[in-house]
Design a protein around this ligand. Structure first.
Ligand code: PLP
Length: 356
């Protein structure tokens, strides 16, 4: 067995996906299941589609190409507004692309026509989070213009909250989106989908306070981890034991809890802070900041505390661990969204999808 190892819990992921698909479909909402945190894992995408997800979303064209090459049929949504330089790949591989610039829409239309295709677009509107999208006050005119561009078809409009500015989706900003949709439609421009958001907006469905007129969601974190980082909560009706990270102990020694010597900065340029608890039993596991941010590691084994990490070593306080430990033993962790993202992206972490 090789470590570090990241194991996907098939049953928990399946349960979460099923639950979220049903929540959306019961309310007449089209679900784009988002796999970007797994770098576009084809087995996960296949499971989501088999369980009824309407589309698969990813932020990287490369991941969509990978899934297509693995015979995943899609349809695929590209979640990051595209670079001009990747437009040919978008036209060839992406069913619906999020956009926020008229110049990009024109370039998409031109390339689509050149290839004998029509590209579906979902125009993003910024209702306050300050990431992608036309500012809501200018949205109607800009989107009406986009809808007239040859070679593209306006599939929908949408917004994204929570991810950048941390703005929480609520009835007010969702109503803003619904009213923009109405204003565009009153100008004889039709489209199918008003895409209300991501995991941070899921509580609006849960509480049944989502304004009428929102009929699309794009959900990743809630399915993959059962958490909602923007609202700082876990979903009580979803599983959080969806992934397990295993890491092997390479050193186990009793040492002081405060470094000996004058303290400068650590490998990452941070000034580490240490609490003096006297001598403690410390374990070094063979994983580091290159593979996972240490503050996103949540030990499953009781009595284990993550102290700090450099690029390849993570130091744990295992003094309170009940039972015996030795070099070569494996400790287990759950991960935050940010930690899962980096672990998935690290080629030094072995991924085990065999349960799916
Ligand atoms: C990542 C992303 C999502 C999914 O977000 P989650 O918080 O993981 O549910 C939705 N929409 C866009 C535009 C994204 O980039």
């Amino acid at each position: 067995m090789r470590y570090p190892r990241l194991i996907a819990n098939g049953k928990a992921l399946e349960y979460n996906a099923k639950t979220v698909v049903k929540m959306c479909h019961d309310m007449g909402i089209e679900l784009t299941a988002v796999v970007k945190v797994t770098c576009g894992e084809p087995r996960l995408a296949k499971m989501y589609l088999d369980l009824g997800a309407d589309m698969i979303g990813d932020s990287r064209v490369e991941n969509i190409v990978k899934m297509r090459n693995a015979d995943i049929k899609g349809p695929f949504v590209l979640l990051r507004i595209p670079m001009i330089s990747e437009i040919p790949d978008v036209i060839e591989n992406v069913d619906v692309v999020l956009v926020s610039e008229l110049s990009v829409v024109s370039a998409l239309g031109k390339e689509a026509l050149r290839r004998g295709k029509i590209q579906k677009i979902l125009y993003m509107i910024d209702v306050g989070d300050l990431r992608e999208g036309v500012w809501y006050e200018n949205a109607v005119d800009e989107i009406v213009k986009a809808s007239k561009v040859d070679g593209v078809n306006l599939y929908g409009i949408g917004t994204n909250l929570g991810c950048y500015g941390g703005v929480i989706p609520n009835e007010e900003n969702m109503n803003l989106l619904v009213n923009i949709a109405k204003a565009i439609k009153s100008r004889e421009v039709n489209f199918r989908i008003v895409s209300g958001g991501n995991t941070a907006a899921l509580y609006l469905l849960e509480k049944n306070i989502l304004p009428n007129g929102i009929n699309g969601y794009r959900l990743g974190e809630s399915i993959v981890l059962g958490t909602d980082v923007t609202n700082n909560r876990t979903f009580p009706f979803l599983h959080q034991d969806t992934f397990t990270l295993q890491s092997e102990i390479v050193e186990l020694k009793t040492k002081p809890s405060v470094p000996h010597g004058k303290i400068g900065r650590d490998a990452m340029g941070r000034i580490p802070v240490f609490e003096d608890l006297g001598k403690r039993l410390k374990a070094i596991v063979a994983i580091g900041e290159q593979d996972v941010p240490s503050d996103g590691l949540k030990p499953i084994n009781k009595g284990v505390r993550v102290l700090h990490a450099s690029s390849d070593h993570t130091v744990l306080d295992v003094t309170d661990f009940k039972g015996s430990l030795k070099v070569g033993d494996v400790l287990e962790f759950r991960l935050t969204y940010g930690a899962l993202l980096r672990a998935m992206t690290s080629s030094y972490v072995y991924k085990d999808w065999s349960q799916l």
